[in-house]
Design a protein around this ligand. Structure first.
Ligand code: PMV
Length: 338
């Protein structure tokens, strides 16, 4: 697996190809869009190609309903894009502004500059990654502003250029991102699963809402290049994805949630085996994990998953919500199919 392999086509050429004439359409004065945040049940951890953000394996997520990002766009007469996050202007040299501007410059004609007004509807204290919903909302809003009317799979690929997990945030419910094989990523796109699970609940347990010291991008690269434990990951990730998808279709909560927890713990094990070691957990993360395991031993069907950060996401069904809330008074419960 060579994660630095160079594609035969540059990202900019590929974007020009898929947008074609649409790239030069006249924009509307303004547009806006909403996209939900998502949590992977079977994780994306590792890129096979860096510039297109192409994953080594597929992944499968659940979207977080009203927890996400709303982005408004308007055309401005200025030399640079202007980026506003939760009501405050972000200076042009900050990484958030740089990433948003780079994405816009890839897909828009050079002279067109936008004001990007982005609001996360996730309470800031929830410590949820907002890059997935942020780039998905930006993609949907740009599609609307520019009148591109692109097919969903192309929108998913464009969102992926901003952040891998954004490819999955264009829809509500369960979403699968297939790894794909093409060098330009045209088949590395996500699509929604038809199956709904109204009783499914996600509990957010916030340990810290601080920005993480090591980004997912850097964490993946370090894990792949230095962790011998990564070798087993692609095979497990593909097998977990298949198990979780089958369990979702069968409505088998135990298998789905158990596999999701095992998948998350295994991903974190690959990171711990990196050098320097990569541990996103904090002491309180472990305290909360042990509490989940104790409750499970006592008979509560409660499972957890974690991304590249210290916060826990609990998986349970509606009939156990009051037990979960009693055990974790600070939990924020999300109804993904609400
Ligand atoms: O999309 P990124 O670059 O923020 O990476 C996401 C990585 C994980 O959250 C750990 C896993 C996932 O599939 O969302």
């Amino acid at each position: 697996m060579n994660q630095t392999s160079v594609s035969l086509i540059s990202v900019n050429d590929w974007v020009s190809q898929i947008l074609g004439e649409a790239k030069h359409k006249s924009p509307a004065a303004q547009a806006s869009a909403y996209a939900p945040s998502n949590i992977a049940l079977s994780k994306y951890w590792g890129k096979r190609e860096l510039s297109f953000n192409l994953p080594i394996t597929g992944s499968l997520s659940i979207s977080l309903a009203e927890h996400g990002t709303k982005t408004g766009l308007s055309v401005i007469d200025a030399p640079m894009h202007q980026v506003i996050l939760n009501g405050k202007e972000v200076s042009a040299n900050q990484s958030f502004s740089i990433k948003v501007s780079q994405w816009l410059d890839r897909v828009l004609p050079n002279v067109l500059k936008l004001r990007v007004d982005t609001h996360n509807t996730v309470p800031t204290a929830a410590g949820l990654a907002s890059s997935a919903s942020g780039f998905a909302a930006l993609t949907l809003a740009t599609n609307s502003l520019m009148g591109w009317q692109l097919p969903e799979r192309q929108l998913s690929a464009l969102a992926r250029l901003g952040s891998g997990s954004a490819s999955r945030s264009l829809w509500h419910g369960f979403v699968k991102w297939q790894a794909g094989e093409q060098a330009n990523g045209s088949d590395s796109v996500a699509f929604p699963l038809e199956h709904q699970w109204p009783e499914l609940r996600i509990g957010l347990l916030t340990v810290s809402s601080q920005k993480k010291a090591v980004s997912s991008r850097e964490g993946m690269a370090r894990t792949i290049t230095t962790s011998a434990l990564y070798n087993q990951w692609p095979q497990q990730a593909e097998s977990d994805l298949a198990t979780i998808e089958t369990a979702i279709i069968a409505g088998d909560f135990e298998t789905m949630a158990k596999t999701a927890e095992h998948n998350a713990m295994s991903m974190h094990a690959t990171m711990a085996g990196a050098w320097p070691p990569l541990v996103y957990w904090q002491p309180d993360s472990l305290t909360q994990m042990q509490k989940v395991w104790q409750l499970r031993e006592q008979g509560l069907p409660l499972y957890l998953t974690m991304d590249a950060g210290p916060n826990l996401k609990l998986l349970f069904e509606a009939k156990h919500q009051s037990d979960v809330e009693a055990a974790f008074p600070e939990v924020q419960v999300i109804t993904p199919f609400g």
